[in-house]
Design a protein around this ligand. Structure first.
Ligand code: GLP
Length: 240
């Protein structure tokens, strides 16, 4: 696991974007694993800036980590809506080649199986990740088995609280989501995780210095051969 500590959020996002854009320019059919959340916003702005300078995303396919159960793509808090607004509508990616789990599928279990099949057809060159304050990656909450694949998950109270800032009220936050599994995340060739701010410091310390254990899902990234963790000083403040 490589750790990079930078001064500003902008520098963090530029570095993550550079890694992703290099893959986009070098690979014939690049596959990007994308993430949602506040942390990823600046990465998408930096990628859009590269597009505006001439980088084409026309040959790119994307797969996202997760989606809330019960929210469709027209709901402003759905991850499908977020991706369209923050990235897909701002670059020349072919929308047909962008994929998220469908949170309103009739049979969510079947939807998980469909998504895993899709992931096996689209091996990711890179997977972008944020970090939950409880150490989750995607919506793999503490206790998620390291060998899990895409499945329906129940969100912890802490995650519901953290994510409630984006909803009108706490009760509006979905209790369940579809999440790519930890084994799916680990299958990406390269992993880039970003965490900034002091509210992530404990999770960062557990991920980097704690035991590799299912109680901190992100700690599994230490077993990946090409994982880069990009932090600001506040997020790195509890590291040994
Ligand atoms: C959310 C998402 C994750 C995201 C993480 C951090 O719950 N499911 O994919 O990376 O938590 O979010 P944020 O960047 O808003 O802190």
């Amino acid at each position: 696991m490589k750790i990079v500590i930078l001064d500003t959020y902008e520098q963090m996002c530029n570095l993550a974007s550079d890694v992703i854009c290099k893959i986009v320019s070098e690979e014939k059919r690049p596959v990007l694993g994308l993430a949602t959340g506040s942390t990823a916003l600046g990465v998408y702005d930096a990628m859009v800036a590269q597009y505006e300078k001439g980088l084409s995303f026309a040959s790119v396919s994307t797969v996202n980590l997760d989606e809330y159960a019960g929210l469709d793509a027209s709901h402003p808090q759905s991850y499908a809506y977020y991706m369209d607004k923050q990235l897909f509508s701002r670059i020349d990616v072919n929308k047909a080649n962008t994929h998220l789990p469908c949170g309103v599928a009739k049979d969510l279990t079947k939807e998980c199986a469909r998504y895993d099949k899709l992931l096996s057809k689209l091996p990711r060159d890179v997977q972008l990740l944020g970090l939950g304050s409880d150490g989750h990656v995607a919506f793999n909450e503490p206790g998620s088995p390291f060998d899990c694949r895409t499945r329906v998950v129940e969100l912890t109270e802490q995650t519901i609280r953290d994510n409630s800032r984006l909803f009108d009220k706490l009760e509006d936050v979905p209790r369940f989501a579809i999440s790519m599994g930890i084994a799916d995340i680990m299958a990406a060739k390269k992993i880039v995780l970003l965490a900034n701010g002091s509210n992530k410091a404990q999770a960062v310390a557990a991920m980097v210095n704690g035991e590799i254990s299912e109680s901190c899902p992100a700690s599994v990234l230490r077993r990946h051969s090409d994982a880069t963790i990009i932090l600001d000083k506040a997020a790195a403040s509890l590291l040994n």
